[in-house]
Design a protein around this ligand. Structure first.
Ligand SMILES: Nc1ncnc2c1ncn2[C@@H]1O[C@H](COP(=O)(O)OP(=O)(O)OP(=O)(O)O)[C@@H](O)[C@H]1O
Ligand SMILES: [Mg+2]
Length: 253
């Protein structure tokens, strides 16, 4: 039996005295896209930040429960977050390229992880930009500042930067919410490509159509509780929980 790439069991998150996430048990497999949906403030980002241990950097934040990555417990003080984040990449809502050239945005992390050969770097930069569907637009200006790109291009550069390290998990927190529909569709294509190459994608989205288009499985959160998890078509067509049904029919949220 193949194990889950990521498996959370009874994960809780407290910010000081406030419990933001109740016991959440979910699993994520390679080559699948899972969408986290639910109204604002329900704990989607909080849960997503558990998977790469980013909550650890928030003072007063305590994560309980078990988070297995390739079967290893990562929710303990000894797990090396630098190594983890090489394999578990993250893309945020606002594109956040470095104040560097397009080329250096990608080469920088590769060098930090020990790659120094110029040909190898050139090749990995190109391959990553191609995978994020932005190579053709930037190949003649690799030494120009990333800040000169449009928002949608910057977001694809950030995806390329993540893919350059050959992650097996990519976490995306509303990656398209600052983008127009064309840039959004380009990123959705890239998400499907990533999963067809075996990457496990976990994406937070407020856009139900996007969740339906890109995800294989969905988890619905409400008020800090993970209410329902299953294949996307089942959640959307035959929701089991009344609260999910109300959310989908626009009764709240
Ligand atoms: N750094 C923090 N410190 C204290 N409380 C926080 C922090 N981050 C989030 N919270 C609280 O935790 C709860 C869940 O927030 P979270 O950002 O996870 O929701 P979300 O589902 O991602 O919402 P949105 O859709 O608006 O992004 C909220 O009540 C929020 O106020
Ligand atoms: Mg959020």
């Amino acid at each position: 039996m193949s194990e889950n790439l990521i498996k959370t069991t009874d994960v809780t998150v407290d910010y000081g005295k406030k419990r933001a996430l109740k016991e959440t048990s979910l699993y994520f497999n390679e080559g699948t896209v899972t969408a986290l949906i639910g109204p604002s403030g329900c704990g989607k980002s909080t849960f997503l930040r558990c998977i790469n241990l980013m909550n650890r950097e928030i003072p007063g934040c305590v994560i309980g429960g078990s988070i297995l990555y390739h079967g290893d417990e990562i929710n303990n003080s000894t797990y090396n977050t630098f190594q983890l984040r090489r394999h578990v990449g993250m893309v945020f809502q606002q594109p956040n390229p470095f104040r560097k050239s397009i080329y250096e945005n990608i080469a920088f992390a590769l060098r930090r992880h020990g790659m120094s050969n110029k040909d190898e770097l050139d090749q990995r930069v190109q391959e990553s930009l191609e995978a994020a569907a932005i190579w053709d637009e930037v190949k003649d200006k690799l030494n120009k500042s990333a800040y000169a790109l449009s928002g949608g291009q910057q977001q694809r550069l950030c995806i390329a930067r993540t893919l350059a390290l050959h992650p097996d998990v990519v976490l995306m927190d509303e990656p398209c919410s600052a983008l127009d529909p064309i840039a959004t569709f380009a990123i959705e294509d890239t998400i499907r490509d990533m999963s067809s190459k075996g990457i496990c994608v976990v994406i937070v989205t407020h856009n139900m159509e996007q969740a339906a288009r890109v995800s294989d499985r969905c988890a619905f959160f409400l008020l800090g509780e993970m209410v329902e998890f299953g294949p996307t078509s089942e959640l959307f067509n035959t929701p089991k929980d009344k609260r999910l049904e109300d959310y989908l029919t626009g009764r709240f949220g």
